[in-house]
Design a protein around this ligand. Structure first.
Ligand SMILES: [Cu+2]
Length: 133
């Protein structure tokens, strides 16, 4: 499920949300980064409670993963400048989101609490862990 181009209005909203999330989640990052975020949404979810959506930021071949996310929560993956990366669960099929440079996408966190390791299919040295509460 590669990220798709979202309508402009949605992209603006996504950028605002991403900025807020970045402030909350990754205070050390330059939240005002001018990257153009795109956001993919499930068609059936027209109004998602995303104001505090957790963000997995990818910078310099490194994941900046939030301390934890809620079960079944929508998680934003934001790729900074650079090549395409993926957030792919080590357990096949749980989640597998591919994001181009300067783009964002979302996936739904597993509905069962636990610790889920994930990696980038393009760069084997990239890996992290998603804590689901
Ligand atoms: Cu990668």
């Amino acid at each position: 499920m590669p990220g798709s181009t979202a309508p402009l209005t949605r992209r603006r909203a996504a950028r605002r949300r991403a900025g807020l999330a970045a402030l909350a989640v990754a205070a050390g990052l330059a939240a005002a980064c001018s990257s153009d975020d795109g956001s993919e949404h499930h068609p059936s979810t027209t109004v998602a409670p995303e104001s505090g959506a957790p963000v997995i930021a990818i910078e310099d071949f490194t994941y900046k993963t939030p301390p934890s996310v809620r079960a079944g929560e929508e998680v934003v993956v934001r790729n900074g400048a650079g090549p395409e990366h993926s957030v792919t669960s080590d357990t096949e099929g749980l989640f597998d989101t591919h994001v181009d440079g300067n783009e964002s996408a979302t996936f739904t966190a597993p509905t069962t609490p636990g610790a889920y390791t994930f990696h980038c299919v393009y760069h084997p040295e990239m890996y992290s862990i998603l804590i689901v509460e």
